[in-house]
Design a protein around this ligand. Structure first.
Ligand code: ADP
Ligand code: ASP
Ligand code: MG
Length: 392
C-alpha cells in the first residue's frame, strides 16, 4: 500500500529557538513513525524577518525589491538548516531545500510573488529515498532564476502549494494557537475555536486580517481542494479543518487588520493615484468618500516616492470586519452598539458576507470585543436569529 503524504508547516514561533525546533522535530518524527512520508515547510525564526527588514530600511526606506528578496529569504534558510541538523542528530535522514532548489517557480513580482508551478521531481526522489524533505517557506524563484518572496506570512502558501502539487493527503499548518478562532484569541479572550471553517468564511477572514492563514494559502487550498488543517505546535489536538464551500453561519468570525493608513487626496487625483498603486503593487483596500485611499502603512513610503505632491494628509487606522451571512444586515445595529461605547466609525463598507469598519487604532480591541460578544458569544447562547433580532 502506498504511504500517505503529509505536508507540515511550522511558523516563526514554532521555529523560534533550538528548544522549540526540538518540539517541531517531535511532530515530524511522530508523523513519520506513523507511516507517513513527510514534507516540511518552515518559516524564519520569530522576529527574524522583521530584523532583516529593519536592516534593509536602515539602508533605504524603499529598498531595492530584488535585493530585499535575497535578504529576507535568508531567514527561512537558517530555519531549514537548523531543523535538518536536529532531525539528523535524532537519527532521521532529512534534506533541506531552498525554494529554488525545490523548483518553486513564481511570477516576477518581487516581495509579493505568486507561485506559478512546482516541479516536484526532486522532492519525490528524496521522499522515495526515505528522506524527510524540508523546504524553505515564503520563497521561490522567477523565470530568470532570481529569488522571489511571497509576501509576509507567505510560508502558509508555500505549504499549501506544495501539498497541492504533491497531492498530499493533508496540509497541516502548525502555529502558536491551536486552531482558527472566531476572532484573534489574543484580543478577544472569549473567542471560540472553530472545529471546521468553510472556505468562503476563511477566505474573507484571511483577506481582512486574520493572519493565522495567508490569504493565497486559503485560495490555493480551495481551488486545488487541499485538505487544510491549522493546529498547535505546543499541544496535541485536532485543531481546525478548513472545509466546505458555503458560509452558513449568521456571524462566524470577526477579523482585525492593524497598520493601515487612510491617505487623503484631491478627488480628481484618485484615479491617477490608484494607477500608481497598481504599478507599484500597492493594494488599495478601499476608497473612502471618493477622496481617501486605504492602504497598508508599510506601503506608504513607496507611494510617497512617486507622488508625494498629490498626497494631502495621512491618518493611521485599523479595520474590523464581521464575517457571516448576516453581516451585511448588521450595519445599523453595529453603529448603535459602538456609539453606546463612544467608538467612532470612520467608514463602513460591505462585501459579500462581510461588513468592514474603519476606525482609529486605539479602539479596535474594544470594538472587537463588543461585536464578538454581541454577535457570537451571546448570540450563540440565545440561539441567534439575526433576522428576528435585528431586522424587526
Ligand atoms: P506563524 O508564525 O505560525 O505563521 P502567525 O503569527 O502568522 O503565526 O499567525 C498566528 C497568529 O494569528 C496567532 O498567534 C493569533 O494571534 C493570530 N490570529 C489572528 N486572527 C486569528 C484567528 N481568527 N484565529 C486564530 N489566530 C488568529
Ligand atoms: N518569515 C516570513 C514572515 O515573517 C514568512 C512567514 O513567516 O510565513 O512574514
Ligand atoms: Mg503566519
Amino acid at each position: 500500500m502506498k504511504k500517505s503524504l503529509i505536508v507540515q508547516k511550522f511558523g516563526g514561533t514554532s521555529m523560534g529557538s533550538i528548544e522549540t525546533i526540538h518540539k517541531v522535530a517531535e511532530h515530524i518524527i511522530r508523523a513519520k513513525n506513523g507511516g507517513s512520508r513527510v514534507v516540511v515547510v518552515v518559516s524564519a525564526m520569530s522576529g527574524e524577518t522583521n530584523r532583516l527588514m529593519g536592516l534593509a530600511q536602515q539602508v533605504d526606506c524603499v529598498p531595492n525589491a530584488r535585493e530585499l528578496d535575497v535578504l529576507l529569504s535568508a531567514g527561512e534558510q537558517v530555519s531549514m538548516a537548523l531543523l535538518a541538523m536536529t532531525l539528523s542528530k535524532l537519527g532521521h535522514t532529512a534534506r533541506s531545500l531552498t525554494g529554488g532548489q525545490a523548483n518553486i517557480i513564481t511570477d516576477g513580482q518581487h516581495n509579493d510573488a505568486t507561485i506559478k508551478h512546482i516541479d516536484t521531481t526532486k522532492i519525490e526522489q528524496l521522499l522515495d529515498d526515505e528522506h524527510i524533505v524540508i523546504v524553505a517557506g515564503f520563497q521561490g524563484i522567477n523565470e530568470n532564476g532570481d529569488i522571489t518572496t511571497l509576501g509576509r506570512g507567505g510560508s502558509d502558501t508555500s505549504a499549501v502549494a506544495l501539498a497541492g502539487a504533491l497531492k498530499a493527503d493533508e496540509c497541516q499548518i502548525f502555529t502558536d494557537v491551536d486552531g482558527v478562532y472566531s476572532c484573534d484569541p489574543r484580543v478577544v479572550k472569549s473567542a471560540q475555536r472553530l472545529d471546521v471553517v468553510d472556505f468562503p468564511s476563511m477566505e474573507e477572514m484571511a483577506r481582512k486580517g486574520a493572519k493565522v492563514l495567508h490569504l493565497p494559502s486559503v485560495q490555493t487550498a480551495w481551488e486545488k481542494q487541499v485538505p487544510l488543517r491549522v493546529l498547535s505546535t505546543f499541544d496535541l489536538n485536532q485543531g481546525s479543518l478548513i472545509k466546505g464551500e458555503e458560509c452558513q453561519q449568521a456571524v462566524c468570525g470577526v477579523a482585525i487588520q492593524r497598520g493601515l493608513t487612510l491617505v487623503s487626496v484631491n478627488p480628481e487625483s484618485v484615479e491617477t493615484i490608484r494607477k500608481h498603486c497598481m504599478m507599484l503593487g500597492v493594494s488599495v483596500w478601499d476608497v473612502v468618500n471618493g477622496a481617501s485611499l486605504l492602504i497598508k502603512e508599510d506601503c506608504l513610503a513607496k507611494l510617497q516616492q512617486v507622488c508625494e505632491d498629490k498626497l494631502l494628509s495621512y491618518q493611521c487606522v485599523s479595520l474590523l470586519t464581521i464575517v457571516g451571512t448576516a453581516a451585511e444586515r448588521l450595519s445599523d445595529h453595529t453603529a448603535q452598539l459602538l456609539a453606546l461605547q463612544d467608538i467612532d466609525v470612520v467608514h463602513v463598507s460591505m462585501a459579500k458576507q462581510s461588513m468592514s469598519l474603519v476606525m482609529l487604532p486605539d479602539c479596535i480591541d474594544k470594538a472587537a470585543n463588543i461585536l464578538h460578544d454581541a454577535y457570537i458569544t451571546t448570540a450563540e447562547a440565545m440561539d441567534f436569529h439575526p433576522k428576528k433580532a435585528f431586522l424587526g
